[in-house]
Design a protein. Structure first.
Length: 367
């Protein structure tokens, strides 16, 4: 597979992941506020399809960071600097916009939370810790804190995967199974825990290492794709009672392999342009979609829309999210340039790597 096709497959998965998360939250708010005449589907079998999208993001993080860094010597200082400039300027901008809007709507500035917990917001961990400690969480959800913690450990994880490869992946898998089995900490749900999501990032690293070393076929074979589809269906149809994170991880990894294969088949110039655009603004979409969906849906609470009316509402929310994502992304680039010129990340934190049309130096979530 060509260099361009390879990158297209990653962006294709990224866009699919964004769609899963956004439509999942749209369905959740539609059900919560009684907007539709019947319950909106939010599950694929036994697994929330938003959970599959999040799992794909974690796998993409490992794969794209590994891909973007394979041609250059690793610099720990440069790595953490780029992670900060990619994630935080856009996050701070989205947070400020949400704060001002909610103040305009309610006239309330101070939530019922200790002021010192605003430190969690500055660190991007407020959503991650919101069930443990009341704080000033507004945007980013639990995922942002989890991915920040995973990025902190990525250099060590990448080194271990490079040195021990399959043995490291197997050891991580064994520890994962054991950790989930004994996990009882209610302050941070098991699916929010960064340690529990390490196998997904590790698989992304392993997959891309194999890919770059040509020890695996340039694209997954049809047989491999069919096997991935079988595992995916098993994960959806046969839940593990009390341990659904096992199903989520299996569904995410198998979906990644299947979508990577589909991406190589569906690649075209026109589709590549569309996928590249959505991928470029994926982090902005991630940051603003939740609060925008909530604010739009709450406006129509208990209306019991028809299918046509619900579709129109979906179009309104998608347009609002696209508008917000565009300005958050552009504003984040300007703020990053101001903080540390001339670096300006152009894509989402969750994108973690090169887009379909431009290579990128190591290791960047987006550049």
């Amino acid at each position: 597979m060509s260099h361009k096709n390879r990158l297209f497959s990653l962006d294709f998965i990224r866009v699919f992941s964004v769609a899963l998360v956004v439509f999942f939250h749209f369905g959740m708010f539609v059900n919560q506020y009684g907007i539709y005449w019947c319950p909106f589907p939010v599950q694929a079998g036994s697994v929330y399809y938003g959970s599959i999208g999040v799992s794909l993001f974690f796998i993409l993080s490992g794969a794209t960071l590994t891909y973007s860094g394979h041609q250059k010597a690793f610099s720990l200082r440069r790595y953490y600097k780029k992670r900060f400039l990619t994630l935080f300027p856009s996050f701070y901008l989205a947070y400020a916009a949400a704060f001002l809007y909610l103040f305009y709507r309610s006239g309330v500035i101070t939530p019922q939370a200790p002021k010192w917990t605003f430190l969690f917001t500055l660190l991007g961990l407020d959503g991650h810790l919101t069930r443990l400690v009341p704080n000033y969480y507004l945007v980013g959800e639990w995922f942002l804190g989890t991915i920040i913690l995973l990025y902190l450990f990525y250099p060590l994880l990448a080194w271990a995967m490079k040195r021990w490869k399959t043995k490291a992946l197997a050891a991580i898998g064994i520890c994962y199974v054991a950790l989930v089995y004994v996990y009882r900490f209610e302050g941070i749900p098991v699916e929010w825990n960064a340690a529990v999501r390490i196998p997904e990032m590790a698989f992304g690293i392993y997959f891309m290492n194999r890919y770059l070393e040509h020890k695996a076929p340039a694209t997954p074979s049809l047989f491999s794709a069919l096997c991935a589809l079988a595992v995916f269906l098993l994960a959806l149809l046969f839940p593990v009672p009390g341990y659904m994170i096992y199903n989520i991880t299996a569904a995410g990894i198998s979906a990644f392999l299947l979508l990577f294969y589909l991406g190589t088949l569906l690649h075209s110039r026109r589709l590549s342009m569309m996928v590249s655009w959505v991928s470029r603004y994926s982090y902005g979409i991630f940051l603003c979609h939740h609060i925008m969906l909530q604010q739009v849906c709450i406006r129509w609470q208990d209306r019991a829309f028809s299918t046509t009316e619900l579709f129109c509402l979906l179009l309104v929310t998608m347009a609002s999210i696209a508008f917000g994502a565009y300005w958050i992304t552009k504003g984040g680039q300007c703020l990053a340039n101001f903080i540390a010129p001339p670096y300006a990340p152009s894509v989402a934190a969750v994108q973690d790597g090169p887009s379909s049309h431009r290579p990128e130096p190591f290791p960047s979530v987006k550049k």
